[in-house]
Design a protein around this ligand. Structure first.
Ligand code: ADP
Ligand code: MG
Length: 557
């Protein structure tokens, strides 16, 4: 007898098929997740039922594609469904047997049951015109067949099936102009979808893969044959113990995931068990990604929920200034929305993002302390990003970043940190001095640096546009204010910038002549004791240095 879906279900099914998911290919992720859940349930039963043993080898998921009948079949050796369960779980949309199972058994740690919304199954109708489910429940003698062609309804009848478990047969839709459904029968396509979304499902996903080999006894004749292979990696590297893993394993993961063509400079492996449980592997790349400074570059980390990939690039997990960080996060504690594609901006995600930010920072500090050369290399690639970070969002992250930034030093002739500068400061020195310019060579020639240098003070060279904006945002570092060498008052004790009244009198004529000549270009002309080997220099009064004014006036309004 044909039963109709409940009215709400009909509408929902329609909505499902046409709009919840943006990528049709995720139907496979959903069906495989269900199979994995079904095996998890047997596994759980075996833990609590003495009469049942769980033999890892007997539990698997298998994909079978048949080009002739245009069917794709997903087989599992999971717990199966009784007639009532078929009715309840597949006859009522948005009813999740898996969610109920989790609740009933109060499953917490160690169980990764994925299902919760009771809609994933219907994604099969995005690619199939006819879906058949043949299933036999654990402990039941009778198997059942559920069949449906979508919104119109479904039938359930008794049938034959030897082993416990479920088999889902998808009769693919006819090809259309914008979708070639036959694609879902191709080995390479199926393999790549599994790799993308379901690589870390804990049970083997098997498929018969075609290969060719030399014919028996022949030296040049080949024959095609099929060989059953496991196409998922099963144990995600991030669930492994750090002590089991070598540098090489992380490097392999980095390239397998196409995070970059380089080798990572450093990896960070987090396994958190606190308020939010999650695992994460992060990488600091060695080289700047080729598209890093283009609009095409998208920051973000891969996001998994209980081993299933739900988002390719989750931007919310990284602040802009750490946008070079690559990697992934897996958590069982995320609140997902129904399509598992988008996340509500939830609290858990925020907590994870905060922890990741702190971790990356402390790892960078660690490199700075223990491997200076590596850090300088890193800084060459991404330092600008960090300085922008100090400056952006009204400096709210300046504390995070101030110990990570570096500038070229006039006395050390290399990159130094602010901490190094301040601990080296002379006793009578009040400020952190800096000079802005296009390049180290050009700043070296600035007359304004002479007096400060002659006092024996170190000067930081600001060669990036953002530098001065960044320190203006910081205001001070370890209570020391920043001061441009071109500012009017350098705060140097024995500096006598102003002329004596006699000198003023003396210079009166020539200065007014010069002022007239430069009218509108300079505000004042004074004699100065600041100059040593240069006849004249320009200084600024007030907050903005000359360089900063240049940058500002070059900016489009
Ligand atoms: P969810 O997985 O979110 O619960 P689905 O629509 O994907 O929602 O599946 C609905 C329910 O159908 C599941 O909760 C589960 O009880 C049942 N189910 C689906 N596929 C299988 C399967 N392969 N084996 C056993 N039960 C299944
Ligand atoms: Mg599901």
């Amino acid at each position: 007898m044909k039963k109709e879906f409940k009215a709400e279900s009909k509408r929902l099914l329609d909505l499902m098929i046409n709009s919840i998911y943006t990528h049709r290919e995720i139907f496979l992720r959903e069906l495989i997740s269900n199979s994995s859940d079904a095996i998890d349930k047997i596994y759980y039963k075996a833990l609590t039922d003495e009469n049942l043993t769980f033999n890892q080898d007997d539990y698997y998921i298998k994909l079978e594609a048949d080009k002739e009948s245009r069917t794709l079949t997903i087989i599992d050796t999971g717990i199966g469904m009784t007639q009532d369960e078929l009715e309840a779980n597949l006859g009522v949309i948005a009813n999740s047997g898996s969610f109920a199972f989790k609740k009933e058994n109060e499953l917490k740690d160690g169980f990764d049951i994925i299902g919760q919304f009771g809609v994933g199954f219907y994604s099969a109708f995005m690619v199939a015109e006819h879906v058949t489910v043949i299933t036999k429940a654990l402990g039941s003698e009778q198997a059942y067949r559920w069949e449906s062609e979508g919104a119109e309804g479904y039938t359930i009848e008794a049938c034959e099936k030897e082993e416990v478990g479920t088999k889902i047969i998808l009769k693919l839709k006819e090809n259309t102009e914008d979708e070639n459904y036959d694609d879902y029968l191709e080995e390479y396509r199926l393999k790549s979808i599994v790799k993308k979304y379901s690589d870390f499902i804990r049970y083997p996903i098997k498929m018969d893969i075609s290969s060719s080999r030399l014919k028996d006894g022949s030296e040049d004749e080949y024959e095609d044959y099929k060989e059953e292979k496991i196409i998922n990696s099963m144990v995600p590297i991030w669930r492994k113990n750090k002590s089991e893993l070598k540098e090489e394993d992380y490097n392999n993961f980095y390239s397998e995931k196409h995070y970059g063509f380089d080798k990572p400079l450093r990896h960070i492996h987090i396994s958190a068990d606190g308020a939010v449980r999650y695992q994460s592997i992060l990488f600091i790349p060695e080289k700047t990604p080729f598209d890093f400074y283009t609009k095409e570059y998208e920051k973000g980390l891969e996001l998994y929920s209980s081993g299933v990939m739900i988002m390719n690039k989750c931007a919310d997990l990284l602040p802009d200034y750490f946008s070079f960080v690559k990697g992934m996060v897996d958590s069982e504690d995320l609140s997902l929305n129904i399509s598992r594609e988008l996340l509500q901006h939830d609290r858990q995600l925020k907590i994870i993002a905060k922890r990741i930010k702190e971790k990356v920072k402390s790892e960078l500090l660690n490199i700075l302390k223990n491997d200076r050369e590596k850090y300088e290399e890193f800084y060459k690639n991404f330092g600008r990003q960090l300085k922008f970070g100090v400056y952006s969002d009204f400096g709210q992250d300046k504390e995070t970043l101030q110990d990570l930034i570096m500038f070229y030093s006039s006395t050390e002739k290399k990159m130094v940190t602010l901490e190094e500068y301040v601990t080296r400061m002379k006793e009578d020195q009040k400020f952190i001095y800096y000079a802005s310019g296009e390049s180290v060579e050009k700043i070296d020639k600035l007359p304004q640096t002479e007096l400060v240098s002659d006092e024996g003070y170190e000067i930081l060279y600001f060669t990036d546009d953002v530098d001065e904006f960044a320190v203006k945002m910081m205001m001070n570092y370890m209570d020391k204010e920043f001061k441009s060498v071109s500012s009017g008052d350098l705060g140097i004790e024995n500096e006598k910038i102003d002329e004596t009244p006699e000198e003023k009198e003396e210079n009166q004529d020539i200065f007014s002549m010069m002022k007239e000549e430069l009218s509108g270009k300079v505000k004042d002309i004074r004699a100065s004791k600041r100059l040593k080997s240069h006849p004249v220099c320009i200084t600024s009064e007030g907050e903005l240095s000359i360089e900063m004014e240049k940058v500002l006036s070059a900016m489009p309004n």
